[in-house]
Design a binder for this molecule. Structure first.
Ligand SMILES: [Zn+2]
Length: 371
């Protein structure tokens, strides 16, 4: 499950490349870029738009990526082109600073490196990866990090962790899974997982075995709300859900209703739902793929009363091409409101979806605007 999510992320990168070749048609949220949107992206130096159009500057005769670090030209001297070929046909030359024609080459190089990392027994050295794709190591490190949000080494580590988690959740043989995933020893695996898995990996693999999860269903102004927490933090916040659903999610955990230890945390959670923006210090116990966890971290950075589009979240999580993957990471969020997936909307301004119904999403957004 988790490894598949990772592979679909790599596919999204590939898909972005295909889309580049076809000329900006691959993702409907990014396809219809009008001139105002394009200029706004240029002013933000938004890397998410690299490869989707180029900025031609009539006075200098040069065209750039939207994210070019050079000083911004005057708006009236700018024309937008679908790609470098169109800009060259209009008599412009590529900028030597941002190398706008290299976007496709960069994406191809990143994909080749990802596939090399996946096939390697041991983590490949940066120098070897860079040589394979024809870049200098330091330049390739930057290109790779820009595309995936992780350095090649961190990507390899994340991939290894994904494989171990995948193996754990399918066969539950902890030690074997850890060695199979390429760790030298179980202790190295637990070290790598420190701070990422609230429950021990063995507990996670067995539906929460060994973990005690406290829960309560409370009435709120948004309807009935389920709150559940492990010893590390809130692991489920949902609407219109009972303990049966929680038991299906954590079939082997010990589920305990209420309790004095839990009352204080529950009170803070309810307060954060009723008065949005107060929940930032509430501890969470959530797990997902590396990409999902980055998406969730980005969701927590959206200020209350504001919204972002799925494309913006994908870009903020380090992978502008992964709009659909960002959407499914949003949907895989276990802790509603505290990880504010309701603050993500479609690029046309419509609400998009919400696991607990659009009425709740609309109300959450409205009350955040009021306070
Ligand atoms: Zn440039």
């Amino acid at each position: 499950m988790t490894l598949r999510a990772f592979e679909s992320k790599a596919r999204d990168v590939a898909w972005g490349f295909v889309g580049y070749e076809r000329g900006m048609e691959q993702i409907d949220t990014l396809a219809r870029i009008d001139a105002d949107q394009a200029w706004a992206a240029v002013l933000r130096r938004d890397r998410a738009y690299d490869g989707r159009f180029v900025t031609g500057v009539l006075t200098t005769g040069i065209y750039c990526r939207p994210s070019c670090a050079a000083r911004h030209p005057e708006r009236h001297n700018v024309r937008f082109f679908a790609d470098g070929a169109e800009a060259r046909a209009a008599g412009l030359r590529p900028c030597k600073r941002c190398l706008p024609d290299d976007v496709a080459r960069d994406e191809k190089a990143v994909l080749r490196a990802i596939s090399a990392i996946k096939q390697a027994e041991e983590t490949p050295l940066l120098a070897d990866l860079a040589e394979k794709v024809g870049y200098s190591p330091s330049h390739f490190q930057r290109v790779f990090t820009r595309a995936t949000g992780l350095s090649p080494a961190a990507y390899a580590r994340a991939l290894r962790a994904e494989r171990a988690r995948e193996a754990l959740s399918t066969n539950g043989r902890v030690t074997e899974a850890i060695y199979d995933a390429g760790y030298e020893s179980p202790s190295r695996f637990y070290e790598a997982m420190e701070g990422k898995l609230g429950m021990a990996p063995s507990a996670w693999a067995r539906g929460g075995a060994g973990a005690t999860i406290r829960w309560a269903v409370v009435e709120t102004s948004l309807g009935s709300m389920l709150v559940a927490a492990s010893g590390k933090g809130v692991c489920r916040l949902s609407f219109d859900e009972g303990p049966e659903a929680l038991a299906r999610r954590f079939p082997n955990a010990e589920l305990v209703e209420g309790g004095a230890d839990f009352a204080g945390l529950l009170q803070r959670v309810v307060a954060a739902v009723e008065r949005p923006g107060n929940g930032h210090d509430i501890p969470l116990d959530v797990k997902g793929t590396a990409f999902q966890e980055r998406v969730w971290a980005e969701l927590r950075k959206i200020p209350k009363g504001e919204t972002r589009t799925y494309a913006e979240i994908a870009a903020a999580a380090g992978n502008p091409g992964a709009v659909r993957a960002a959407g499914s990471a949003n949907g895989a969020n276990n802790v509603a409101v505290l990880i504010p997936c309701h603050r993500v909307i479609r690029s046309d301004g419509s609400l998009g979806g919400y696991a607990y119904g659009l009425d709740i999403k609309r109300e959450l957004l409205a009350r955040e605007k009021r306070v």
